[in-house]
Design a protein around this ligand. Structure first.
Ligand code: NAD
Ligand code: UDX
Length: 469
């Protein structure tokens, strides 16, 4: 089957970059990305390609090449669905905030709405692709909705989870470790649908890296991959606390352990805690699924990854309070970074939010500099927690455009995101302009203890033994 028109529902961090790369690599296919958020669509269509709503290195160039040629962004969801032979569903699947499974299960209401809309609008056969991360066996529910409410057209449902990481999305999409496609490989129609999607990726991905499985394996592999990755971060973070107590250095430990080829060196960077929209949500979902099958030991095992991560964020914040003579009330604390990692403007579940919330409870005054995050987003992140009034959040936290304003007359500076530019800052100037003793808390392990000491800072670096503890 030759695909001429693709529709992607959801123009977010996954839908936008993924479809931009497909469009760039497959000039003969028209790719339309649709969203109910008209503001987001307008931003994707902004004349100045630098104003697209998602910051990812290299993305504006890809969008610039394909947009208007065979890449389109539109709020007319029905039309794009109707015209496409292949529909990707790439909408958000957040943790449920209400009812059964609250705080754990994935909220599938946006997925179900998409399925119902596809069923209502479609007048020709469609391949429907789960691009969103979903609980195992969601395809069954999708099939049920599509086949029972549709106009008698045929649907094939595939699972094609996305493994891109933010900050390196374009690189990951251009050169993926693997592309995973789950389909109904026991039937001819199912095989044809899988083949059609393989052919899209085969435009630029070597065939041996395109893996086909049954649908359930594909759905579960995505949750498994995220759980394994997050588990590595929690494992090294658990060791970071032990390093601080024993004089071991977490970087040295990570290097020594990572050189074992069975373990590998990636994802062993100790930090103030992992953030991002995926890890926590997907592990909670996994825990919920395990519990729903009565697999309590499996559930407890994975839940511990989250418990460790929460502990890491909390102990970083508590350490600031303790070090600043047990009070930060009325004290200016400077934050370098707010995004959940470098090279993204995404702040979802960023450790910075939780550290700030803890310090605001202690009545600190926080000033933030992040090269890609605006004050409006910082306020929204804190308001979402509902810990205090919106007015109080705005009184106590401010964002600035100059990193040196963060440290000026501050009691302490904390590094919450590992932006490269933070390594280049004039630390002597920062020291001179801070109140003394000048405390520096490195939550990303990007500084070297000895050089900070030489300037005069009192420094805490995560995973290193230091005199502040
Ligand atoms: P996002 O919130 O950035 O984007 C989702 C978009 O879907 C939003 O713009 C929303 O308006 C739109 N939407 C919701 N319901 C809709 C509907 N009925 N019709 C049209 N548009 C609708 O989310 P994201 O980060 O792109 O994540 C999407 C999915 O991909 C999630 O399941 C996530 O777990 C998964 N995922 C995310 C990443 C990542 O790095 N962000 C990586 C891999 C997988
Ligand atoms: C993750 C997965 O990597 C990706 O495959 C999946 O598709 C989506 O979820 P993402 O959340 O975008 O990607 O970024 P990732 O690089 O995995 O980082 C997640 C968090 O872990 C960040 O806060 C990062 O700072 C932290 N991290 C990562 C560490 O603290 N240490 C590490 O060694 C690696």
């Amino acid at each position: 089957m030759k695909i001429k028109n693709i529709c992607c529902i959801g123009a977010g961090y996954v839908g936008g970059p993924t479809m931009a790369v497909i469009a760039q690599k497959c000039p003969e296919i028209n790719v339309t990305v649709v969203d109910i958020n008209e503001k987001r669509i307008a931003a994707w269509n902004d004349k100045d390609v630098e104003n697209i709503p998602i910051y990812e290195p290299g993305l504006s160039k890809v969008v610039d090449e394909a947009r208007g040629r065979n890449l389109f962004f539109s709020a007319d969801v029905d039309k794009a669905i109707d015209q496409a032979e292949m529909i990707f569903i790439s909408v958000n699947t957040p943790t449920k905030a209400y009812g059964m499974g609250k705080g754990m299960a994935a909220d599938l209401k946006f997925i179900e709405l998409c399925a119902r809309q596809i069923a209502r609008v479609s007048t020709s056969d469609k391949i429907v692709i789960e691009k969103s991360t979903l609980p195992v066996r969601t395809a069954e529910a999708l099939k049920n909705i599509l086949e029972n409410t549709g106009n008698g057209v045929n649907y094939q449902i595939l699972s094609n989870p996305e493994f891109l990481a933010e900050g390196t999305a374009v690189e990951d999409l251009m050169d993926p470790d693997r592309v995973l496609i789950g389909g109904d490989i026991d039937t001819e129609k199912g095989k044809e649908a899988v083949e059609a999607l393989v052919n899209v990726y085969a435009h630029w991905v070597p065939k041996e890296r395109i893996l086909t499985t049954n649908v359930w394996s594909s759905e579960l592999s995505k949750l498994t991959a995220n759980a394994f990755l997050a588990q590595r971060v929690s494992s090294i973070n658990a060791m970071s606390e032990l390093c601080e107590k024993t004089g071991a250095d977490v970087n040295e430990v990570a290097k020594a352990v990572g050189m074992d080829s069975r373990i590998g060196s990636k994802f062993l960077k100790s930090s103030v805690g992992f953030g991002g929209s995926c890890f926590q949500k997907d592990i909670l979902n996994l825990v919920y699924i395990a519990k729903s099958f009565g697999l309590n030991e499996v559930a407890d095992y994975w839940e511990q990854v989250i418990i460790m991560n929460d502990h890491q964020k909390r102990r970083f914040a508590a350490n600031i309070v303790r070090t600043l003579f047990n009070t930060v009330a009325g004290k200016k604390i400077g934050f370098l970074g707010w995004a959940f990692k470098k090279d993204t403007n995404d702040t979802r579940e960023s450790a910075a939010i939780y550290v700030a919330d803890y310090l605001l409870n202690e009545q600190a005054e926080i000033v933030v500099y992040d090269p890609k995050v605006k004050e409006e987003q910082i306020n929204a992140d804190l308001d979402y927690l509902n810990t205090r009034s919106e007015k109080e959040n705005r009184q106590r936290i401010k964002a600035v455009n100059d990193p040196y304003q963060v440290s000026k007359e501050a009691h302490a500076v904390a590094i919450l995101t590992e932006w490269d530019e933070f390594k280049e800052l004039d630390r002597k100037r920062i020291y001179d302009e801070m109140l003394k003793p000048a405390f520096l808390f490195d939550g990303r392990n990007i500084l070297h203890q000895s050089s900070q000491k030489a300037i005069g800072f009192k420094t805490y670096i995560i995973g290193e033994n230091c005199d502040l503890l």
